[in-house]
Design a protein around this ligand. Structure first.
Ligand SMILES: [Fe+2]
Ligand SMILES: [Fe+2]
Length: 339
């Protein structure tokens, strides 16, 4: 069997769809197979390739780093019952804002198209040409960027358009003014080098992959939460059909996202198993370079950041509740749900 080495064009190729993905007047990425199942974009080669690279890594004796929701213990705030109370009281601006922010942040993923990823092979002893790590600049990063924010050469919308379609259909277009969107949802750069044994641009690439992987894992939890809300028969009673349609669209986004966690987890795991050439001419095991950095990254996303977010979010949510004519009463109920 030949080595799994693919060209950029292969990595970007779509399946042969039986019908294109169009919803509520939006032309969207991906399509449907002959049985009517949704097929994510650019998966024809990318999907089996990631599976094959993963099998080969495991066959070499490599293990996958943990990259699932168990890294992020803890309830979302507001909790499900709290959000439900607000929606049933007609306080829906928070969820409208949250869908808007999700869409805007998805669109920013397009930045991966312009990211000048350095060639990891230059600092790695092992041949990475038949690994996921050897395909970052050969389509993996670009396909990811296009999944999030769209292919600039196409008129088909991506995740950003899908979120806005859900928001506008369920809540009404322009229901509220555009909220402020946080500048950066990754861990801010620290002022000291994290992997000083390799050149800065490689450290940046590794940190980027780790940040994005943690953001993708959190996104999976958030998307679950949205699906549960939109699918809740007690909510959106005047718009049940639109809300059920929203669940369908969010599930398509989730299906597209799975490969993002998949390839980022795989590349970082592959790198752990490689031998790196350091700037001072030594050779060092990838795990020695990667593991402590990954541990700190997980800690920021799982512990430090949620704590900060929760405090800010509490202020915003409570202030919003108090603008309601029965605000005091609802706030008391909201707080009681905390226990
Ligand atoms: Fe996305
Ligand atoms: Fe993603």
């Amino acid at each position: 069997m030949s080595d799994p080495i693919y060209s950029y064009d292969e990595m970007m190729s779509d399946d042969d769809y039986a019908r294109p993905h169009e919803e509520a007047g939006y032309k969207l990425h991906g399509g449907f197979d002959a049985e009517g199942r949704y097929v994510s974009p650019r998966m024809k080669v990318r999907s089996p390739a990631v599976d094959e690279w993963r099998e080969r890594m495991v066959a070499r004796g490599g293990g996958l780093i943990d990259a699932d929701e168990t890294l992020l213990a803890g309830e979302t705030f507001p909790s499900y019952p709290q959000t439900k109370l607000m929606l049933q009281s007609g306080i829906d601006q928070g969820i409208w804002n949250s869908l808007t922010i999700t869409g805007v942040i998805e669109a920013r993923g397009r930045a991966l198209l312009d990211y000048p990823a350095p060639d990891l092979q230059k600092i790695i002893v092992d041949d990475i040409s038949a690994m996921a790590a050897g395909h970052l600049a050969k389509g993996l990063l670009h396909a990811h960027g296009m999944d999030e924010g769209g292919d600039p050469a196409s008129d088909r919308g991506a995740h950003d358009a899908m979120w806005f379609a859900v928001r506008d259909t369920v809540f009404g277009k322009g229901a509220y003014p555009l909220p402020e969107v946080p500048e950066n949802i990754g861990r801010p750069d620290s002022d000291r080098r994290e992997i000083p044994d390799i050149p800065a641009e490689y450290e940046q690439l590794i940190l980027l992959m780790m940040n994005v992987l943690m953001i993708e894992i959190r996104a999976e939890m958030i998307f679950d939460y949205y699906c549960k809300l939109l699918g809740d028969p007690d909510l959106f009673s005047a718009k049940r059909e639109a809300a059920e349609w929203g669940v369908e669209i969010v599930n398509r986004i989730r299906q597209d996202e799975a490969i993002h966690v998949g390839y980022l987890q795989l590349v970082l795991s592959e790198l752990r198993g490689c031998t790196f050439k350091t700037t001072d001419g030594k050779q060092v095991a990838g795990s020695e370079l990667i593991d402590p950095v990954w541990e700190r990254m997980v800690h920021w996303h799982a512990v430090d950041n949620p704590k900060l977010q929760r405090e800010q979010s509490r202020k915003d949510v409570e202030a919003r509740i108090l603008t309601h004519p029965r605000g005091d009463e609802i706030l008391a109920e909201f707080r009681a749900l905390e226990d």
